[in-house]
Every structure is written in structure tokens, then in C-alpha cells.
Design a protein around this ligand. Structure first.
Ligand SMILES: *Cc1c(COP(=O)(O)O)cnc(C)c1O
Length: 388
């Protein structure tokens, strides 16, 4: 680890395999969602791996994210979907990034930017079918569609896509899915009746791509599945053969044998109930190990799962290694599958294998997305099996 306190190791062959897996199940095009620095994996590397595996589109949140990828030389079709109303859209248009449009204000701003530039803007209109976030719903949708058609006839704007986002296709039984699908079909009908001819219709995220055929249309926008986490079984291998791409690893920086009755970390919240070996690891909540995991989380050390004990501090936390032979510098896998010496799954003692990102999410009371995007910037990203 070359002097680093912690590393995220990203297996880009897993990312590539996950694109093929989802495309095989959904039988549609794939938009690799690389917002938030590729869910913490490194947007550019993930984008290249996903494109190499056949993803035809990239999805990002903002113009900042889109333009960073363009300046890295990534030219594939890209959709950016969250913008200030007063944003200057000229850079996105000039760089041929499709602009998702949800309000009339944004549409007018995009059209004005296209006119300034003398080049048409390519937009994808977003309908609100139940999330009540972005997208136009109710009477706003026909109005947005009518204006978009007007700009299209005038030549300043081309409506390439109509799309939306579901409220939660990963919820068992998928309540609301039928109603939202119907609302989406109706929005699409309104758009077509207004004269629009979107060649790209998309609705599904990872969970819908894998489980809800009526949501697939032309393209599935995948985040979680791209990174190898099964939306229906985030703590297990799942049934689709997705492979987690991210491993968070570190090493032991201090070891001490302590007697029963020893306080550990701030408070102390934890006092040893027996003589044991404590191993200090140099990752804390600033690195993404949430304080809320106290009393629940484990890491992989010396071929076993060992609990983190006491409070997780900003930069470090303490692992109870029991009577395991632990030495300074020993490798520790916080979660993931690429643990080098430590990888290889099952614990002979029956305590489970290397913790998964889904388990960390459960321990923190959150979702795997938040764990992955919460890994701090000072943790280096190392990419394996990339194209260069
Ligand atoms: C983040 C995001 C996705 C990816 O969702 P997953 O559930 O992680 O697959 C898809 N679409 C939109 C609009 C998003 O913001």
C-alpha cells in the first residue's frame, strides 16, 4: 500500500462484467450512472470500463461532472440531469451533453443558450411520475412538452428523450410500480401527441432493470448494479451474478495486549471483558466509517471477522482481535472482495466472510450508495484491470 493509510481498490473487470450482466438480463441499452465520482469508485475509470463493456451512455448529475469527463476525452453520449435555473448551458451544448429538462425556466435557458451558440441543444424531458422531486408533473408536463415542440420546430432544440425515475423498484412487491408505469406511459403519449418523436425512452434504475420488464424501454440507468451490489440482496451475492467492484482496505498501525477492564477509545463506551489483543486501524468517520456503526461493525483481520470496539473516531478505530496472532502492518479489509492475503471468503469459525458494503450499510442504518459515496477523499483509489 506504499505508505497509504487506506485504499479503495476498484476492480474494473467487475464493473465491466456487471454491465454485461445487466444488459443480458434487461436486453436494453445501458447508461452507466457515474455521478458522485462514480459512487466513490472514480468516475473516469468506471466510465471507461463501462463503455468498454458496451454501455452506450453515461449519466451524471451535474454539468461539472459532465465537463470533467469530457475534458478527460470521454466522448460517448452523456446525460446530465440536475441544474441551476440560471445555469449557463452553452458548455454542455457545445460539448454535446444531453440536458435533462424538468421545468419551463430551464427549457427557456437551454433554448437561449443554444441560440447564443448557434447550435441546437439536445434535451431529454423528464416527467415526474411520483417521486415529487425533479421532472414535470400534472399540468406542467403538457406545457413543457408544448414549449419543447415549439423550440424543436424553430430548430433550436431537439428532444431526443423522454424519461423519468421510479420511487423504489427495490421494495419487495414493488408497490406503486404499476401506477407509476401507467403515469409514465401517459406522459409519453402526451409527448408524442404534441408531435415529439423521442428516440430514447428510459425509466429503469438498477432494481427495475433487473426485475421490472415493463420499465425497460430503450435504456436502463444503472448505478448500484454497475458497482456490483444487488439491489434485492445488498448483503449477499444475489441471484444475478453481480460482482462488487469496491474493496476498502487498510492495515494495522498499532497492536497491544490488554487485560480485562481496559477502556477503549473515547468515553470509554467499551471496556474489555477479558484479556485481549487490540489492533488500531487508521480509518475513521472522515474516511467513511460511520460513527453510527459503533457496536455492530466488523472488519476482516488475520483470516477472521473481528469487531470494531468503542467509538469510531475521525481518523481511526480499534479492532478487537481476541487471541489471534496479529502483528503491526497486518492487512485489514473493511469490506469487499479484493483482500489479497485476506480474501477468499469463508471463516472456518463460522463467523462469516469478508464483510460486504451491504453489511456496512445495515450497520450504519443506511444504504450501500451512502457507504460507497461516503468514502473520504483522502482514501486513495486504486484501479485494477483498467484499460491503461
Ligand atoms: C442515481 C440514479 C440512478 C441509478 O440508480 P441505482 O438505483 O443506483 O441504479 C438512475 N437514475 C437516476 C435519475 C439517478 O439519479
Amino acid at each position: 500500500m506504499r505508505g497509504r493509510l487506506g485504499e479503495v481498490v476498484v476492480d474494473l473487470s467487475a464493473v465491466a462484467g456487471n454491465v454485461r450482466t445487466v444488459a443480458g438480463v434487461a436486453r436494453t441499452g445501458v447508461m452507466a450512472v457515474v455521478k458522485a465520482d462514480g459512487f466513490g469508485h472514480g468516475a473516469e475509470s468506471v466510465a471507461r470500463a463501462a463503455i468498454g463493456a458496451g454501455a452506450g451512455w453515461l449519466g451524471v448529475t451535474s454539468s461539472t461532472e459532465a465537463l470533467v469527463l469530457r475534458s478527460a476525452g470521454i466522448r460517448v453520449p452523456m446525460l446530465s440531469w440536475l441544474h441551476r435555473p440560471d445555469e449557463d448551458f452553452t458548455a454542455l451544448i457545445a460539448e454535446r451533453v444531453d440536458v435533462a429538462v424538468s421545468t419551463l425556466t430551464h427549457l427557456h435557458a437551454v433554448a437561449a443558450a443554444a441560440a447564443r451558440l448557434g447550435a441546437p441543444a439536445i434535451v431529454q424531458l423528464k416527467a415526474d411520475i411520483g417521486l415529487s422531486r425533479n421532472g414535470a408533473g400534472g399540468d406542467d408536463w403538457p406545457e413543457l412538452v408544448a414549449w419543447a415542440r415549439k423550440y424543436e420546430v424553430e430548430g433550436g432544440v431537439r428532444v431526443r428523450g423522454v424519461w423519468s425515475h421510479l420511487t423504489g423498484a427495490d421494495v419487495p412487491g414493488q408497490p406503486g410500480l404499476a401506477g407509476q408505469s401507467a403515469t409514465f406511459r401517459e406522459a409519453l403519449r402526451v409527448a408524442r401527441d404534441a408531435g415529439l418523436t423521442p428516440e430514447l425512452v428510459h425509466l429503469a434504475n438498477s432494481a427495475a432493470a433487473l426485475s421490472a420488464p415493463q420499465t425497460r424501454y430503450d435504456l436502463c440507468r444503472i448505478g448500484l448494479a454497475l458497482y456490483g451490489v444487488d439491489p434485492f440482496d445488498p448483503t449477499g451475492p444475489g441471484r444475478f451474478g453481480l460482482r462488487p467492484a469496491m474493496t476498502l482496505r487498510t492495515s494495522v498501525v498499532n497492536v497491544k495486549r490488554v487485560p480485562a477492564g481496559t477502556g477503549v477509545s473515547y468515553g470509554p463506551d467499551h471496556v474489555t471483558d477479558r484479556a485481549t489483543t487490540l489492533a488500531l486501524i487508521p480509518l475513521g468517520y472522515a474516511d467513511g466509517l460511520s460513527r453510527t456503526c459503533e457496536g455492530r461493525a466488523s472488519v476482516w483481520l488475520a483470516g477472521r471477522r473481528c469487531p470494531i470496539v468503542g467509538r469510531i473516531a475521525m481518523d481511526q478505530c480499534v479492532v478487537d482481535a481476541g487471541d489471534l496472532p496479529v502483528a503491526l502492518g497486518d492487512p485489514v479489509v473493511v469490506f469487499g472482495g479484493e483482500g489479497g492475503e485476506a480474501s477468499g471468503g469463508g471463516d472456518p469459525s463460522g463467523g462469516g466472510g469478508v464483510p460486504s458494503v451491504g453489511e456496512w450499510a445495515r450497520w450504519a442504518g443506511t444504504n450501500p450508495h451512502e457507504v460507497m459515496t461516503g468514502i473520504g477523499a483522502r482514501v486513495a483509489r486504486v484501479h485494477l484491470h483498467g484499460e491503461r
